[in-house]
Design a protein around this ligand. Structure first.
Ligand code: SAH
Length: 369
């Protein structure tokens, strides 16, 4: 199926205003509009970002008489979990969310218990758009097209829900956030930027998750990558490359017809140089499509020349998607690919894919109820 690239989301009504949509200044304005003293703004922020509460009825430091009014004005219920499925003995959990307007999208929570007494990790993979306009043919989300952008609060609510589940069920903290769910985060740039600021700000202004533990994954919108570099946030950038040559990448990642490999690597090296952070290059290994030894050599060569040590290749064994004729590469082919990339002086690992059997793995999110 050939699809058009969609950079601008269709103009759909956005959800009602939520506290999490507002920056510090706007929160003060909002509480004063309700006739409350300005210090309530900080209290509410502490509840939301610090205690992970979005229900004013449970905010005991708020006078009982104003809780209902605050709930109506600032804490509408934006997301309802429509379905949750688990695998890996409960270590991977996918949630299908339903927004106020019926829009659906998914997020995935993954726990990686620590070994030998070391601390474990918990990562939430969140969506930035309902659907996606980038039309990559091997990705289920890309095949469904773009429905709409998610609001700042709709994205933050996925994080808050994951963090509060972990705390309540396990007494654990959320350590990592990856923008690898549905959508192209850099096509919803301004909202994603606000979300990033709130994720990394210390409580009460944000969730206080360290910037280096937050990964923004992109198909390669070169100008937006440069812009993000200049914001000075220090989040990790992941670039979905999937091919080292334009001829193949034009078909696998259609946005390559707009910003080709040279341009996107230029932007990504600018990111690495500006932030000092290593860029993660994503490469879904597809049998007989992009897994040839010469492509491994070329990938390693190009990346080493562009980034020096500031790059890491993440191979993702292709996950099956409905109707796709493509398949993951056989293990020996994968091993040789890894060895050849490494031989060029570039670190390379194979991603441990989680959630295949519940269609929660990379490229499988389609938000089908
Ligand atoms: N739009 C962003 C965010 C999605 S991240 C991006 O493309 O980077 C999801 C990652 O999984 C991307 O690297 C994507 O290319 C990859 N992916 C998509 N479909 C896949 C599949 N079927 N198997 C393995 N990886 C896939």
């Amino acid at each position: 199926m050939k699809q058009e690239l969609v950079f601008e989301a269709p103009r759909r009504a956005m959800p009602p205003r939520h506290f999490a949509d507002l920056d510090d200044g706007a929160r003060v304005v909002a509480v004063t509009e309700l006739g409350l003293p300005a210090f309530r703004a900080k209290q509410l922020a502490n509840q939301y970002f610090g205690r992970l509460t979005a229900d004013p009825a449970a905010m005991t430091d708020l006078p009982a008489a104003v809780r209902a009014q605050v709930a109506d004005a600032l804490f509408p219920t934006l997301l309802t979990p429509a379905r949750q499925v688990e695998c890996d003995a409960g270590e991977t959990r996918k949630t299908l969310w339903r927004a106020v307007d019926g829009t659906t999208f998914e997020s995935v929570l993954m726990r990686y218990p620590g070994r030998d007494g070391s601390a474990g990790r918990a990562t939430v993979c969140i969506s930035s758009q309902a659907g996606c306009g980038m039309a990559c043919p091997f990705c289920a989300t890309g095949q469904g097209g773009l429905n709409r952008n998610l609001s700042v609060a709709e994205i933050l609510e996925q994080v808050r829900a994951a963090a509060s589940e972990l705390r309540d069920e396990r007494g654990e903290r959320l350590s990592n956030i990856v923008f690898m769910g549905m959508g192209e985060p850099l096509a919803n740039y301004n909202r994603v930027l606000s979300v990033l600021r709130r994720i990394i700000a210390a409580p009460p202004n944000g969730f206080g998750i360290s910037a280096r533990s937050v990964t923004v994954s992109t198909v390669g919108l070169a100008p937006a990558i440069r812009r993000l570099a200049d914001e000075g946030l220090g989040v990790t950038l992941a670039l979905s490359l999937h091919a080292p040559d334009d001829e193949l990448r034009n078909t696998l990642v259609p946005v390559n017809n707009r910003w080709d490999i040279t341009e996107v690597l230029d932007a990504a090296t600018y990111y690495a140089r500006t932030t000092g952070r290593r860029v993660s290059v994503e490469y879904a290994l597809i049998r007989d499509v992009n897994d040839q030894p010469w492509r491994a050599d070329l990938l390693g060569k190009k990346l080493h020349a562009a980034f020096g040590p500031l790059v890491h290749v993440n191979l993702i064994p292709l996950n099956p998607t409905p109707g796709s004729r493509w398949d993951a590469s056989p293990k020996p082919v994968e091993r040789e690919f890894v060895a050849r990339v490494r031989a060029q002086g570039v670190t390379c690992t194979v991603r441990d894919t989680r959630g295949r059997e519940i269609a929660a793995a990379c490229g499988q999110l389609a938000a089908e109820g």
